[in-house]
Write a protein that binds this ligand. Structure first.
Ligand code: PMP
Length: 373
């Protein structure tokens, strides 16, 4: 991993993009970060090989590996920027409490930043969220309030009402509200976008990313369009059924992406195209990323790569061998071991044949023989 200690010659900073660059310490030859939070951002690009092998002479497809952020996801970027902006505006004061309805990646990022800066964290999540996920947040020192899923949104115990009540009742409480906070897309405008531009030496032609809050596509896309004077095409990937690709909010299984409403953090003028991907395709590509590319990543990564593959196939058909596609992979796969990486779960939804449980010792020995199982 390049550490960003020596900015590459093509570096075009818009502002000091990373705390890492600001606060690295050099005591003789000892190279270290002051704190894990200082290592947010500056994630690497890696070429996809097996998943684009069918496209001879096709475009270059590069994955931006966001699970290499210290909290394990792209959300570290927004957590850091939302907190620092709230400190500057005075909404978050020393000793304050961060309250957010989140059970996943945003919670981890906020908890890590809060720990560094001495804030308390209270996260509200529905009871359908797995105990493992809640325990990750608690491990970082956050408090987790669990709400019943089986009550209507207007019920006082609902997920929505509880976080608002906590904000009202805890002194010094501040709610980042990632679905409406302009610092969410701004974090990508100031970090993800400039990184991708610099890492490709301005040769990126297409940026592909999943859309959840819309922060990633809005901020990164806006930066890339501005810096390239409109040359870079911005492509959203969306689960079939979600509003971004014309759906009505029909349920889907991929997590972290798609919505049944239009968040303030999504700017409809940025994406040139939205590609809808089925759960089946998202999960198939997610498993292939682990098995064939060594990338153990979450289901929304498979969805984004499925969209990038479709785009690459189309560009290859048009003879665009010069195209450089960057596809963003938001998080790692460890949080999904009981779902996309569990054969029984996959079979229960019809994504794998029913008998795909596990190999017997006989299967394995026969394979070693060279014979078919
Ligand atoms: N994938 C995962 C796993 C996520 O948690 C998120 C954030 N909700 C996204 C993709 C989408 O990112 P954004 O919110 O910036 O649109």
């Amino acid at each position: 991993r390049t550490t960003g200690i020596h900015p590459s010659p093509g570096h075009h900073p818009t502002e000091a993009p990373h705390a890492a660059v600001r606060s690295r310490s050099y005591a003789g030859r000892v190279d270290y970060a002051e704190h894990i939070v200082d290592l947010v951002g500056d994630t690497p690009l890696v070429k996809l090989n097996a998943l684009t092998a069918h496209l001879a002479d096709g475009p270059l497809v590069l994955a931006k590996v966001e699970y290499l952020n210290p909290g394990g996801s792209v959300k570290d970027r927004i957590a850091l920027r939302m907190v620092e902006a709230a400190e500057r505006s005075g909404e978050l004061r020393p000793g304050g409490t961060i309250v957010e309805p989140t059970s996943g990646n945003t919670g981890v990022g906020l908890a890590m930043v809060a720990q560094r800066k001495g804030y308390r964290c209270v996260f509200v999540c529905p009871d359908k969220v797995s105990e493992d996920k809640r325990n990750v947040l608690k491990a970082y020192g956050a408090e987790v309030v669990v709400c019943p899923t089986a009550v209507p949104p207007e019920h006082p115990e609902s997920y929505y009402n509880v976080s608002d009540r906590l904000v009202g009742e805890i002194e010094g409480a501040w709610k980042p509200n990632q679905y409406a906070n302009p610092e969410n897309p701004a974090s990508h405008y100031h970090s993800t976008g400039p990184e991708v531009w610099r890492q490709t030496d301005g040769r990126i032609t297409h940026f592909v990313t999943g859309v959840g809050t819309g922060g990633t596509i809005t901020g990164t896309g806006r930066y890339l369009k501005e810096v390239s004077e409109g040359q870079v095409r911005i492509v959203g990937a969306d689960p079939e059924g979600s509003v971004y690709s014309g759906g009505t909010g029909r349920p889907y299984l991929v997590e972290g992406v798609g919505e049944d409403f239009w968040p303030d953090t999504y700017d409809r003028d940025i994406a040139d195209e939205i590609i809808a991907i089925s759960d089946a395709d998202s999960f198939d590509v997610t498993r292939r990323l682990a098995r064939e590319e060594g990338l153990l990543v979450g289901g929304s990564c498979g969805m984004a790569v499925a969209a990038a593959q479709r785009l690459a196939e189309r560009l290859a058909g048009e003879g665009r061998t010069d195209a450089v596609i960057v596809v963003l992979l938001p998080d790692g796969g460890r949080g999904y071991l009981t779902k996309v990486f569990n054969d029984r779960w996959m079979s229960s939804y019809g994504f794998l044949p029913p008998d795909s449980s596990g190999a017997t010792i006989g299967d394995v020995l026969r394979r070693k023989d060279g014979s078919l199982p």
